[in-house]
Design a protein around this ligand. Sequence first.
Ligand code: THU
Length: 132
Amino acid sequence: MTPQELVVCALDAQKHAYAPYSGFTVGAALLTKAGKVYLGCNIENKSFSPTVCAERVALFKAVSEGETDFDAIAVVGRDKDGIYKHFCTPCGVCRQALSEFCAPEFRVIFGDDTGDCEIHTLGELLPFSFEL
Ligand code: THU
């Protein structure tokens, strides 16, 4: 699967985002090394702190189904006016959550609705991640 194809999966996932409070909808598509894709969207809550990011929804769906071998994640985000962020990057908590299962070489793909994307590694995005 190409990075652009994974971004299209993230755009699909974003359609299910539940973001009535921020209006910012996020989609994530997590690719396993075996080629399976797990989708996630942000799910907000009126009490705010239960809100979960799209990336962690995708990650926890995958891990809860026994998957722990990951290749890449694509992320897209759009504001309340429907304007795509160029580009939407994972928050610090999601970077740390990904680092639990993903090597520094794991690819993090920032996308939008233009077909354009930018590829970074988790090691670049989270140097000195917390380790026990
Ligand atoms: N959000 C994500 O889904 N992923 C991130 O990496 C950062 C933020 C969501 C959380 C919240 O629903 C909305 O974006 C605005 O912060």
